[in-house]
Design a binder for this molecule. Structure first.
Ligand SMILES: *[C@@H]1O[C@H](CO)[C@@H](O)[C@H](O)[C@H]1NC(C)=O
Ligand SMILES: *[C@@H]1O[C@H](CO)[C@@H](O)[C@H](O)[C@H]1NC(C)=O
Ligand SMILES: *[C@@H]1O[C@H](CO)[C@@H](O)[C@H](O)[C@H]1NC(C)=O
Ligand SMILES: *[C@@H]1O[C@H](CO)[C@@H](O)[C@H](O)[C@H]1NC(C)=O
Ligand SMILES: *[C@@H]1O[C@H](CO)[C@@H](O)[C@H](O)[C@H]1NC(C)=O
Ligand SMILES: *[C@@H]1O[C@H](CO)[C@@H](O)[C@H](O)[C@H]1NC(C)=O
Length: 556
């Protein structure tokens, strides 16, 4: 029986190999019946809003192909053209098909010519574009803004494929596209583990291939504080080592590269909880937690209820002066206009243990620790709002009845997300969904299907509440990832979230998606990034080509 199975398998493999030509972008092992529509090569991910495909093919020579833009002197466009020149060069041995009309160039037209150095991707930016390959030698890409042009260039690069004898092909097509949700984010956590600057830069590229537009940078947390502050340089005393820090140059570089890819860099400095590392350089910031009464002095842990200290001291004016100066710097240095304030998982046990907090509460007329939290939240929000910044917060304060300004965007991250979305939008708040997309939870098998199947609007039928959903974000919390595995663990699982947040509500067939997703994963490998497989398959004659990675790699 086993022998018979083996012979069947060998026959299968032979059939598959004959059936595929070596230049195909991808191939599946078809032993188990796979259902769904088998996408032709050159199928884009995420699926555009409208994609008029055709069977008329053209050919292209990446070495002579020219992108031309009516926008001159625009670094965002110039840099993108350089990147995409590289991406369309799919194979050093690729050739044109002499029997087909050659597409010799793509003309970019951008309505809003703003490309100033201080013009950054921002909440509500227009990312729409249209792309036409009509059969003439010149294709056209038009967009309202440079950000839309970036999305269109990515789609264009995905339409290209190689067929028999490594001949370049691109089908005639008309695409009209725009995102479904304005906020499409990814959270990285550089406190639990340091992630090298090179890997963060690689992540920016990967995000742009999935048309994500926000890198939510959870910079600090209890374990380490890797951010170099201008105002409070001793904060990096909370870094793991002086090597595990983001220098001022590094931060500037990450911001610069994010802008070039149309990606917002959303900084999060989480307080008043998750703040242990702040205290390494500035111990007066933290509430001393008390272990056993007063004896033994402050900063005494009482496990498992609390460590020695991890929560900002809400009763000291020093804390607010510090935060005022610190967030002044962040508002100046991060151009996004939004700051993520954290405000999650405040450990009330620590506050409860400290007799000074208790007597201060009496003075203030507070009878509950929620009121202390409310007090801190109000003051921190007032500080940030005064700087003209908008803020994003985790859902915790809202769940505890803490009031925040209506302009706040609330990130839903807890288990019963439909209930949270419904309740928080009913209170008039904007929301971003992240709970079902905690990619740091891993399991055997095709968990991407679960992520793909999530519909962020399924919590209600009320269109008024739908309007408050700004989008979603995938999260890769850092307890068990660092530079060695963050990319391969995240991609292509996160690509499912990219499509869910970009494509229209009816692009939802998981079986159909698998063929395009597999193709997309092969595209990522070809561009030099280690994305993990989603099924039994291979990528034509491509394997992961490390040397093509846009930035230096973590392993070098
Ligand atoms: C082309 O578009 C048609 C109509 O939308 C669709 O049915 C067909 O599957 C598409 N073909 C490919 C190869 O994607
Ligand atoms: C492109 O054209 C080829 C050849 O006509 C066809 O087989 C394929 O389905 C087309 N691809 C798409 C994505 O429409
Ligand atoms: C990060 O900053 C350090 C110190 O300024 C510098 O040596 C290093 O080259 C920077 N890394 C990158 C990738 O720019
Ligand atoms: C409590 O307050 C007293 C008086 O201000 C101060 O000396 C002491 O260090 C404080 N202790 C704690 C744990 O905050
Ligand atoms: C909400 O924030 C806006 C903008 O910062 C401010 O004008 C408004 O007064 C705030 N409202 C409340 C209730 O705090
Ligand atoms: C939809 O939600 C809004 C805001 O909570 C509410 O005022 C309205 O009555 C709801 N509509 C329906 C049909 O339930």
């Amino acid at each position: 029986m086993a022998l018979l199975m083996m012979i069947y398998r060998i026959i299968f493999v032979i059939v598959v190999l004959i059936g595929s030509t070596s230049a195909d972008l991808s191939w599946f092992y078809p032993a188990s019946p796979l259902t769904g529509f088998v996408a032709a090569p050159g199928a884009p991910w995420p699926m555009p809003e409208s994609w008029q495909n055709s069977t008329s093919q053209m050919t292209l020579d990446p070495l002579t192909f020219q992108f031309t833009s009516d926008l001159t002197d625009c670094d965002v466009i110039d840099n993108a053209i350089q990147r995409y020149m590289k991406y369309i060069d799919l194979d050093p041995n690729g050739v044109i098909d002499p029997g087909l009309t050659q597409l010799t160039g793509l003309t970019l037209t951008v309505d809003d010519t703003n490309c100033a150095q201080d013009y950054y991707p921002h909440q509500g930016m227009d990312e729409s574009y249209s792309l036409t390959i009509s059969g003439s030698t010149e294709g056209s890409l038009s967009a309202k803004t440079i950000w839309g042009a970036l999305r269109g260039l990515e789609t264009f690069s995905q339409l290209l494929y190689l067929k028999e004898n490594k001949m370049y092909r691109i089908n005639q097509t008309t695409i009209i596209d725009a995102p479904r949700f304005p906020f499409r984010g990814f959270l990285i956590d550089t406190s639990r583990h340091f992630v090298t600057v090179e890997v963060i830069l690689n992540i920016l590229d990967l995000l742009s291939w999935d048309k994500f537009n926000v890198l939510h940078w959870h910079i600090s947390d209890d374990p380490s504080f890797p951010y170099t502050s201008r105002t409070y340089p001793d904060l990096t005393m909370g870094a793991y080592t002086p090597d595990h820090v983001y220098s001022r140059d590094n931060i500037t570089k990450i911001l610069y590269e994010a802008r070039l890819r149309g990606i917002r860099l959303l900084p999060e400095f989480d307080t008043p909880g998750h703040s242990w590392s702040w205290g390494e350089g500035y111990p007066a910031l933290l509430t001393p937690c008390w272990g056993e009464g007063l004896e033994g002095g402050p900063f005494k842990p009482n496990y498992p209820y609390h460590g020695p200290s991890e929560v900002i001291n809400p009763m000291e004016e020093y804390s607010y002066e510090f935060m005022d100066n610190f967030f002044q710097e962040i508002a100046e240095d991060f151009p996004d206009g939004y700051i993520h304030l954290g405000l999650d998982e405040v450990n009330h046990n620590c506050w409860a243990s400290n007799p000074n907090i208790s007597s201060w509460m009496e003075d203030m007329g507070f009878t509950e620790l929620n009121q202390v939290e409310q007090y801190y939240v109000e003051r921190i929000i007032e500080i940030v709002a005064r700087k003209g910044s908008y803020y994003i917060i985790w859902e915790d304060p809202i769940n505890k009845g803490v009031k925040v300004n209506e302009s706040a965007i609330v990130v839903v991250w807890m288990g019963n997300w439909e209930e949270s979305m419904s309740r928080i939008t009913s209170q008039g708040h904007y929301v971003i969904l992240s709970s079902p997309w905690y990619l740091n939870y891993i399991s055997y098998g095709e968990d991407w299907r679960t992520y793909y199947a999530i519909e962020p609007l399924s919590f209600t039928n009320n269109a008024t509440l739908w309007k408050l959903v700004k989008g979603g974000e995938a999260c890769m919390w850092g307890e068990y990832v660092d530079s060695t595995n963050i990319i391969s663990r995240t991609w292509p699982r996160i690509s499912t979230v990219g499509e869910r947040l970009w494509s229209t509500i009816d692009v939802k067939n998981v079986d159909d998606a698998q063929y395009r997703l597999h193709q997309h994963r092969c595209r990522i490998l070809r561009r030099g990034m280690p994305a993990q497989p989603i099924m039994n398959s291979f990528c034509g004659d491509y394997e992961w080509d490390y040397d093509r990675s846009p930035h230096n790699t973590p392993l070098s």
